[in-house]
Design a protein around this ligand. Structure first.
Ligand SMILES: NC(=O)C1=CN([C@@H]2O[C@H](COP(=O)(O)OP(=O)(O)OC[C@H]3O[C@@H](n4cnc5c(N)ncnc54)[C@H](OP(=O)(O)O)[C@@H]3O)[C@@H](O)[C@H]2O)C=CC1
Ligand SMILES: CC(=O)C(=O)O
Ligand SMILES: [Mg+2]
Length: 427
């Protein structure tokens, strides 16, 4: 059931913002001040001038991510601008810290021109160990990310694209296992041909999907349309489906990454048996679980929200992906790293759930099944499973910059960070 929170409570919670800055070294005496600031600070400066890689050793760069937006596609609220986007970006920084101990600065930029935004992000490279692009609208987001990946030497990831693709893929893999559906024979409807929709559809193709019907605000993306950008055109189908109602008929899965309330009961009723329904628009999904339940008892349902079962949300991605990437000083986040993250999440969902996780969800019984397709963000083991998988994949894909990487030792360290001792750290 949804949590009951009032507008006043939420606004009160946000007074003064949600995150601050902590000092990590002693700074209580004149001697400390000479170390932290002048004259002592000149030593690391000169060392880094000689060898820029030492910035990873003598500054916080190695554990610092920029959460960058221009506020053009904030949640499902649309182009509300950089000022109004700040609570979301602060929230992302909170999640980076809370779930993966990654320090993150939210940076809201008053700039819509992709070329200028690219230049600004590139200019920030000396400060950060990674860049998490957030809530930048399509199609500009594709060009911005693609260019930044080429011109920077730090991992850059557009969370709405790849975080979402990874988490929904994990949920989909497990839904396939539970329903026995064959992805290559499924009709998959993707509502939204923006950042998230396009990236998810690409990853589903990697998983074997063949029939993906995608829709934008003008309807089904079909081969007769002449108003498609190249990213949408890649998904243009030769189909007679024109509306969402047409597309949903007989569909095995619908993935909503668009706007609130677009899916009706009638559409859900027209889907194939055992439908997979991920209605992920935030904060209000394309259809609510209780409405689906009125017409189907065989649906597997997920939303992006914290107050329903199956929270299919990129919170399960970005903190852990960057943790793994930063720890091996990866220069990029590759396809192999993304797939490793999705598989790790899917696998973890099949493990018994610790009591503290159940307690965080009101004592609810949580076990692999239709209402528990993916792990919960408060499950500390996500760090262990996902970050270790991402770091290992980075090494295997040749983008890690550490001199050596010992998977078993890394898992032991991550386990210690969450208070676990592993029987088999190499598992
Ligand atoms: N749960 C999660 O983890 C995540 C959820 N989301 C949610 O997904 C949604 C989209 O985000 P994002 O991809 O970043 O945004 P974008 O602005 O990049 O894309 C939005 C897409 O929705 C389409 N759209 C708008 N209205 C309709 C409609 N009536 N019918 C069909 N499509 C429509 C737009 O069409 P057009 O191209 O014609 O404008 C566009 O393609 C948001 O609600 C966001 O909160 C996003 C990321 C993660
Ligand atoms: C979850 C998220 O990133 C979004 O809705 O945009
Ligand atoms: Mg987002």
């Amino acid at each position: 059931m949804p949590h009951s929170i009032t507008k006043d409570e939420v606004l009160k919670y946000h007074e003064g913002g949600k995150i601050g800055i902590a000092i990590t070294k002693p700074c209580d005496s004149a001697r400390d001040l000479s170390m932290a600031y002048t004259p002592g600070v000149a030593e690391p400066c000169l060392a880094i001038e000689k060898d820029p890689a030492l910035a990873y050793r003598y500054t916080n760069k190695a554990n610092l991510v920029a959460v960058i937006t221009n506020g053009t596609a904030v949640l499902g609220l649309g182009d509300i601008g950089p000022w109004a986007s700040k609570p979301v970006m602060e929230g992302k920084s909170v999640l980076f810290k809370k779930f993966a101990n990654v320090d993150a600065f939210d940076i809201e930029i008053d700039e819509k021109d992709p070329q200028k935004l690219i230049a600004i992000c590139k200019a920030l490279e000396p400060t950060f160990g990674g860049i998490n692009l957030e809530d930048i609208k399509a199609p500009e987001c594709f060009e911005i990310e693609e260019k930044l990946k080429k011109i920077t030497n730090i991992p850059v990831m557009h969370d709405d694209q790849h975080g979402t693709a990874i988490i929904t893929s994990a949920g989909l893999m497990n839904a396939l296992e539970l329903t026995g559906k064959d992805i290559s024979k499924m009709k998959i409807v993707v509502i939204g041909a923006g950042a998230a929709g396009i990236a998810c559809a690409k990853m589903y193709r990697q998983l074997g999907a063949e029939e993906i019907v995608m829709l934008d605000s003008k309807g089904v993306i079909h081969s007769g349309r002449d108003d498609l950008n190249p990213y949408k055109a890649e998904f243009a189908l030769d189909t007679t489906d024109r509306t969402l109602e047409d597309a949903m008929r007989g569909a095995d899965m619908v993935l909503g990454l668009s706007r609130a309330g677009l899916v009706t009961k009638e559409m859900v009723a027209s889907m194939a048996p055992d439908p997979i329904i991920f209605a992920l628009a935030n904060p209000v999904p394309e259809i609510l679980p209780e409405v689906v339940a009125e017409v189907r008892d065989d649906a597997m349902m997920g939303t992006g929200r914290s107050d329903y079962p199956n929270q299919v949300n990129n919170v399960l991605g970005f903190p852990f992906i960057f943790r793994g990437a930063l720890d091996v000083r990866a220069t990029a986040i590759t396809e192999g790293m993304k797939m490793a993250a999705a598989k790790a999440l899917a696998d973890l969902a099949k493990e018994p759930v610790p009591q503290y996780v159940k307690d965080a969800y009101g004592g609810e019984e949580l076990a692999f099944g239709p209402d528990y397709l993916i792990p919960k963000p408060f499950d500390k083991r996500v760090l262990l499973w996902e970050s270790a998988a991402v770091a290992r994949a980075a090494v295997e894909e040749g983008v890690a910059q550490v001199e050596s990487f010992d998977y078993c030792k890394y898992r032991t360290k991550l386990a210690a960070d969450i208070g676990l001792i592993l029987a088999d750290p190499c598992e």
